[in-house]
Design a protein around this ligand. Structure first.
Ligand code: MG
Length: 253
């Protein structure tokens, strides 16, 4: 691997909500954001269970270990996401106060596909992963949401979807009675690229062009993550906001 990964992350309850139901994990080769839903703070439990289960894919001790765990392929990644879904259902069954809790999930992991080292970008629900290349910011994930379906059908424009009253209605999540169908996107780990992983508390407040501008203004990932959260708060902070910025750089010789 000739790419070095550096991540920065930030989360904030926002200006309106009482609790922060988002969760994040930023590890060595796995970076995840989850946005929990459910009454009585159950959303907090759902997002935490999801992130903790996913973190099992990472390998914090790989430098100390002669044999690091094998990187995941897209099928193994989907299995891990479905295991996180099952873990939320089990927890709901054990703890009546949390029934109906659910969460979105999105992120990036270093994995393999057809024998090649790749970045695997994944999502369930409407939390997003973007890729910033030298010339543009592209949303890699496609929201699993009711308004995205209306955009796909040509009923709404993306701009109308951003402010639509039903924009928070997800069509897939972890913890629902319907088994989710996670999306996995396979990309090349390209030095110079940056990834933005976020809950809708960011992209619901700040337009994509402004996300790109803030990222370019802050080359260092932690500074970028802090500035993005600050931008969401300044725009109103109506929701919990969570951000991971991941920089890919060429490894030194
Ligand atoms: Mg949210």
């Amino acid at each position: 691997m000739n790419v070095v990964f550096t991540a920065g992350s930030a989360t904030d309850v926002g200006r309106v909500r009482q609790g922060n139901e988002d969760a994040l994990y930023a590890g060595r080769r796995l970076w995840v954001v989850a946005d929990g839903m459910g009454g009585h703070a159950a959303g907090e439990v759902a997002s935490e269970v999801a992130v903790t289960r996913m973190a099992g894919l990472d390998d914090p001790d790989s430098t100390a270990s002669a044999q690091p765990a094998a990187p995941v392929d897209p099928d193994a990644l989907v299995d891990a996401i479905l295991a996180a879904h099952d873990a939320i259902l089990e927890r709901s069954a054990d703890d009546p106060g949390t029934e109906g809790m659910a969460t979105t999930l999105t992120g990036v992991t270093l994995g393999v596909d057809e024998g090649q080292e790749r970045l695997l970008v994944f999502n369930v629900g409407d939390s997003r992963t973007y890729r910033l290349t030298a010339d543009r910011l592209v949303q890699v994930t496609v929201d699993h949401s009711e308004v995205q379906s209306l955009v796909d059908e040509g009923v709404l424009t993306p701009e109308e979807a951003r402010i639509h009253p039903l924009r928070n209605l997800v069509s897939q999540c972890l913890g629902s009675r319907i088994v989710p169908r996670p999306d996995v996107f396979v990309l090349n780990p390209h030095p110079g690229d940056r990834y933005l992983i976020c809950s809708d508390g960011l992209n619901g407040e700040v337009e994509d062009a402004d996300l790109a501008a803030v990222l370019r203004e802050h080359p260092e990932p932690q500074a970028a993550a802090d500035a993005l959260v600050a931008a969401a708060l300044e725009a109103g902070g109506h929701d919990n906001v969570t951000v991971i910025v991941l920089n890919l750089d060429a490894a030194a010789e």
